[in-house]
Design a protein around this ligand. Structure first.
Ligand SMILES: Cc1cc2nc3c(=O)[nH]c(=O)nc-3n(C[C@H](O)[C@H](O)[C@H](O)COP(=O)(O)O)c2cc1C
Length: 183
């Protein structure tokens, strides 16, 4: 398995909780992408990035994977998206893969393994910009006729303005399995 480096781009905590739990199971620690030193990247055999999906952007993913792609011996890369959407719904995984592909250099995107986990939201903690973005999304979603709602539309509309926590550490199991680590 070699040296594993876990980085995260969490803003509100969900991705950090997953990254910390993954690190605990691997007996290491997770760091913010901003604190990731070149030496740590160079030493890593595996880099695992956990990060939130913010309307098509993922904090730190572009910056981290660009640095990885520039290494003479790039490590194995695992990218874990954390969002509100249900990855088991048709089309969601493909959509998330598309977001990853937009941020990541092709040499890494072609070989990176991707996993998609569910996070949470507490509207009272959002930045002003994020509050406005979610309000704009709600203006669109609330107009969708009820008989056309997916479970994602229902979850979004019914939790808008409130709090929802879908972090589930059991969903880390496939990632652990890909590393050859039993839970
Ligand atoms: C402005 C904004 C845009 C978001 N866009 C998406 C999205 O496109 N897809 C998704 O599944 N979740 C989306 N989310 C939900 C976040 O990904 C979710 O809250 C995540 O758990 C945040 O991670 P963090 O707690 O590690 O910062 C969005 C949240 C905000 C505030």
């Amino acid at each position: 398995m070699g040296t594993i480096l876990i980085v995260h781009g969490s803003k509100y905590g969900a991705s950090k909780r997953y990254a910390d739990e993954c690190a605990r199971r691997l007996r290491t620690s997770a760091i913010r992408f901003k604190d990731c030193a070149d030496t740590a990247l160079r030493r890593a055999d595996v880099v695992i990035y956990f990060g939130p999906v913010f309307a098509g952007g993922m904090p730190g993913l572009r910056r981290t994977t660009k640095r990885v792609a520039a290494l003479s011996r790039p490590p194995r890369v695992i990218i874990v998206t954390v969002g509100l959407g249900d990855p088991s719904l048709p089309g969601n995984t493909e959509h998330l893969r598309g977001i990853v592909r937009q941020q990541v250099p092709p040499s890494i995107a072609d070989v990176a393994e991707c996993f998609h986990l569910r996070g949470g939201i507490d509207y009272t903690r959002l930045s002003l910009m994020h509050r406005i973005m979610m309000w704009m999304m709600y203006q669109h979603e609330k107009r969708i006729p009820r008989d056309q709602w997916t479970t994602d539309t229902r979850m979004f509309n019914e939790t808008y303005g409130g709090t929802v926590d879908m972090v589930d550490f059991q969903t880390l199991t496939p990632i652990m399995a890909s590393l050859g680590v039993a839970d």
